[in-house]
Design a protein around this ligand. Structure first.
Ligand code: UGA
Length: 450
């Protein structure tokens, strides 16, 4: 174990998906010697060669720098994790098929196989998003099988698109440690984690040291709050549509109150991705198991409001297309669940595109980064490389993911390729005035029609 709090450590990172790969390279950047363990051999080889299997701004540079330093390596065999002082568990916890609950198969399998190579004095650190109670259960397994080893829970709050900055400069550090969780271990988990994050701690990053249950809940509570904030403004958008009010001005006005804040008050198509939707559902499922389901029934409404926005978008498209989608040409700009990502998991944009197509429209989808994933998983959708190709002869253009290059389209020249200048701004991201001045009919969720 490190003698002083700046000494580099030997670390392993189990699971090199989005979270794990970024964590592993970032820890090497902080000076540690890191081995990333990834069971998918092709993925491990790709990362070892400096090729990033997903789109994340700034990550490829970080990965190459860490590989070049000689401090980062990847392997597929858990045996390579042997001897590390700290083992981070970063595997996925997707939604269970046909249920709300989280699927813990990967966390359990990773921990079980890690235990086989774990030594006394070593620390297992869970980073995956798990239902409250998981850490205590895993800590018992670790203690029973490897006396002298310990487990901590250290949730991650990184956002796709900002993953590198969020990992190296997080808003806060949260440690769920054994000493505050009724577990008796020889390892001082707080001290070890302070050594791992020495540079981040030295930056003055706020730190919360707590028990396992609180650490686990911080993560799901944070994502639930963010989802609630988005659905709140989208509920206001529904009311704005009913009253003729304007949700963007409403958000600006209430956002000036710094108790409320303007961030995460962008009304539109709502939230998607691999985290917010599944995390609020898993949280509800866990509350039910604990007999506290009433506390989270509001999250069901948060989920409902969110899903209704997608249906409303399809209705709005039908409305502007003279009440029929049959045979209409629709351009869909954006397929990723948000800009600066190629992630299409539970993407609101693709959900809308698919519904339009099922209802008889002729849909063309474009996205700067996500098309390979769309082609792989949504082969029924017609994909094209540029917004101009998507919009050729279109009866309506739908902006569904607010990539910068779409926000910056010149409505005048872009208008030359369409059949009818109708734009539906699913993210309230376009300069309405500019589009209207160029002769477009502009419609958006929660906005006044003029
Ligand atoms: C989210 C959280 O923001 C991270 O803090 C967390 O670590 C991560 O989940 C996780 O659990 O791993 P992420 O899924 O990358 O991060 O994306 P967000 O930036 O939170 O956006 C989520 C969705 O909400 C997107 O579809 C976005 O378009 C939508 N959104 C966001 C809105 O509809 N309106 C807004 O005002 C903001």
């Amino acid at each position: 174990m490190a003698e002083n709090s700046d000494a580099p450590l030997k670390l392993s990172v189990i699971g090199c998906g989005y979270l794990g790969a970024v964590h592993a390279a970032s820890m090497a950047e902080l000076g540690h010697e890191v081995v990333g363990i990834e069971v998918d051999v092709a993925k491990a080889e790709s990362l070892a060669a400096g090729r990033v299997p997903f789109f994340e701004p700034g990550f490829e540079e970080l990965l190459r720098r860490s590989l070049d330093s000689g401090r980062l390596s990847f392997a597929s065999d858990m045996a390579d994790a042997r001897g590390a002082a700290v083992h981070f568990v970063c595997v996925g916890t997707p939604q269970r098929r046909g249920e709300y609950a989280a699927d813990l198969t990967y966390v359990e399998a990773a921990t079980a196989s890690l235990i086989e190579v774990l030594g006394p004095g070593e620390l297992v650190v869970g980073k995956s998003t798990v239902p409250v109670g998981t850490a205590a259960r895993l800590a018992e397994q670790v203690a029973a099988r490897v006396p002298g080893a310990a487990l901590a829970w250290n949730p991650e709050f990184l956002r796709e698109g900002f993953a590198v900055a969020d990992t190296l400069h997080p808003d806060r550090l949260v440690y769920g440690v054994p000493s505050l969780s009724g577990a008796d271990t020889a390892v001082d988990a707080e001290k070890v984690l302070d050594t791992v994050y020495a540079r981040i701690v030295a930056d003055g990053t706020p730190k919360v040291v707590t028990d396992y249950a609180t650490a686990e809940m911080v993560k799901t509570a944070a994502n639930s709050f963010l989802a609630t904030k988005i659905s709140f403004i989208n509920a206001m958008a529904e009311l704005c549509e009913a009253t003729g009010a304007d949700v963007k001005q409403l958000a600006d006005a209430i956002g000036h109150d710094d108790r409320i804040g303007r961030k995460f008050l962008n009304a539109g198509l709502g939230f998607g991705g691999g985290c917010l939707p599944k995390d609020i559902r898993a949280f509800m499922a866990r509350a039910g198991e604990l007999g506290a389901d009433q506390a989270l029934t509001f999250l069901r409404e948060v989920d409902n409001i969110n899903m209704r926005r997608r249906i409303r978008m399809v209705e709005l498209a039908r409305q502007v297309c003279d009440d029929s989608l049959l045979g209409k040409r629709i351009a869909v700009l954006g397929a990723a669940f948000k800009p600066d990502s190629d992630d299409i998991r539970d993407s609101p944009a693709l959900n809308v595109a698919a519904q339009l197509q099922l209802q008889g429209a002729n849909v063309r989808v474009t996205d700067p980064q996500a098309l390979p994933n769309v082609r792989r998983h949504w082969s029924q959708l017609d994909c094209v490389d540029t917004p101009e190709e998507a919009a050729e002869g279109a009866d309506a253009v739908l902006l569904l993911t607010e990539w910068k290059q779409y926000r910056e389209l010149d409505p005048g020249s872009f208008g030359k390729v369409v059949r009818t200048r109708r734009v539906l701004d699913g993210r309230n991201a376009l300069d309405r005035e500019a589009w209207e001045s160029a002769g477009w009919t502009y419609r958006a969720l929660g906005r006044r029609n003029v």
